[in-house]
Design a protein around this ligand. Structure first.
Ligand SMILES: Nc1ncnc2c1ncn2[C@@H]1O[C@H](COP(=O)(O)OP(=O)(O)O)[C@@H](O)[C@H]1O
Ligand SMILES: [Mg+2]
Length: 328
C-alpha cells in the first residue's frame, strides 16, 4: 500500500497579536500542536468555528505559512522551505482553493489564459497542446467553451470558483487544500460545486483537505473529519462516526446544530457561551467554559488527544475508553 501523501506532526503556529490599540503584542497560538495523516485520494474534512485555526492549518500543510515547530512530509519527503526551487517544484503537486475566487484570479487575464498559466509555469504541456488541455479542464469543471475569453468580473461567483478549480487541477495535483471553497457562493450553487469537486477528486485520485465551518457541506464530501477547537484537534474519526455518534461535547453540539431531515429538533445540544477567543485561552480544557458536562479536572488539566477506538481519537476527560457516546 502507498504511504501517506501528507503527514504532519505537532504543528505549531503563533501570531503576535496586539490587544486593543495600545496593548502590547501577545502571542496567539493559532495552531497548537496538530498532527494529521492524509492518504492518497482521501478527503479529510476540517471543521470548527471561526478563529479555531483552520485556515492557518491549511496554509501550513502546503508550506505557505511556515510551521514554527513540527514537521510536514509531502509524499514521503520533508516539506522544503517556502519559496525555494524545491518548494516551487512541489507546488504543482499541491494546490490551494480558497473562499474568494475574485481575489485568486487576475482580473486582467481571460479565464483560459489563467488556466493555461500553471501549464506554462511548470512546463507541463507543450505550447501546441495547451489550448486543448485548457478546453478539457474547462469542460471538466462545467464551464462553456465560449467562456474561455471572458474576464473574471464577467462571470458569476460560482463560475469563477469553477475557473479557480480548473486552474488548480491543471498541474495534476496530488493534494488539494480547499478552504471554505463554497462559503461565498449562493446556497443553491454550493452543492453543485461540492459535488463537482468530489467527482473530480475521485476521478483523478486527488487527496483533499476540505475546510469548512459548515458541517452540512463537509458531511457531503469528507471520508474522515477532524474537529478543531482553539488550535487543537478535539476529535477525529470517519465521517460516518463523527456524524452518527459524536463523542466530544463540542462535536456533539456542532453535529446537533445541523438539521437532518426526519430527525426531531428536541434533544439538540445548543452551543452556549462565547465563541472561542484564541487570545484568551481558558485553563485546562479550552472548551470547559462552554461545556455542559465540565467537572473540576476540565478546569485545571488539558485533556490529551487519545485513541478511543480503532477509528477514533478524542480529547476529553469525560469520554470513556470505549466507542460508546457518554450520556448527556
Ligand atoms: N496573519 C495573521 N496575523 C495575526 N493573527 C492571525 C493571522 N492569521 C490568523 N490569525 C489569528 O489566528 C487565529 C486563527 O485564525 P484562522 O486560522 O484564520 O482560523 P479559522 O480559519 O478557523 O477562522 C485567529 O485568532 C486569527 O485572528
Ligand atoms: Mg478560515
Amino acid at each position: 500500500m502507498a504511504g501517506p501523501i501528507l503527514q504532519a506532526k505537532d504543528l505549531v503556529r503563533t501570531y503576535e497579536v496586539r490587544q486593543g490599540m495600545f496593548g502590547r503584542p501577545s502571542p496567539v497560538r493559532a495552531v497548537d500542536g496538530i498532527s494529521l495523516t492524509i492518504m492518497p485520494g482521501e478527503t479529510l474534512g476540517i471543521v470548527g468555528e471561526s478563529g479555531s485555526g483552520k485556515s492557518t492549518l491549511g496554509r501550513m500543510l502546503l508550506g505557505i505559512d511556515p510551521a514554527q515547530a513540527g514537521e510536514i512530509a509531502f509524499d514521503g519527503q520533508a516539506m522544503p522551505k517556502l519559496g525555494t526551487p524545491q518548494w516551487r517544484a512541489l507546488r504543482a503537486k499541491m494546490q490551494l482553493v480558497y473562499q474568494d475566487p475574485l481575489a485568486a484570479l487576475d482580473r486582467r487575464l481571460t479565464i483560459s489564459a489563467q488556466i493555461a498559466e500553471p501549464l506554462a509555469i511548470h512546463g507541463l504541456v507543450p505550447l501546441e497542446h495547451r489550448q486543448t488541455r485548457v478546453a478539457e479542464l474547462m469542460s471538466a469543471v462545467g464551464l462553456r467553451p465560449d467562456q474561455a475569453d471572458r474576464y473574471p468580473h464577467e462571470l458569476s461567483g460560482g463560475q469563477r470558483q469553477r475557473a479557480v478549480i480548473a486552474r488548480a487541477l491543471a498541474s495534476r495535483p496530488k493534494l488539494l487544500v480547499c478552504d471554505e471553497p463554497v462559503s461565498a457562493l449562493d446556497v443553491s450553487i454550493q452543492a453543485q460545486v461540492v459535488n463537482m469537486l468530489r467527482d473530480l477528486q475521485e476521478e483523478n485520485h486527488i487527496a483533499m483537505v476540505f475546510i469548512s465551518h459548515d458541517l452540512k457541506v463537509v458531511r457531503n464530501i469528507a471520508d474522515r473529519v477532524a474537529v478543531m477547537y482553539l488550535g487543537r484537534i478535539v476529535e477525529e474519526a470517519s465521517s460516518d462516526v463523527i456524524f452518527q455518534s459524536p463523542l466530544h461535547p463540542y462535536t456533539r453540539a456542532l453535529v446537533s446544530s445541523v438539521p437532518v431531515p426526519g430527525r426531531p429538533l428536541k434533544g439538540r445540544t445548543i452551543l452556549q457561551g462565547e465563541p472561542p477567543n484564541p487570545a484568551n485561552r481558558p485553563s485546562g480544557c479550552a472548551f470547559h467554559p462552554r461545556c455542559p458536562m465540565a467537572t473540576d479536572i476540565c478546569r485545571t488539566t488539558a485533556p490529551p488527544l487519545r485513541a478511543i477506538s480503532a477509528d477514533r481519537t478524542a480529547a476529553c476527560h469525560l469520554v470513556a475508553d470505549s466507542a460508546e457516546p457518554v450520556a448527556a
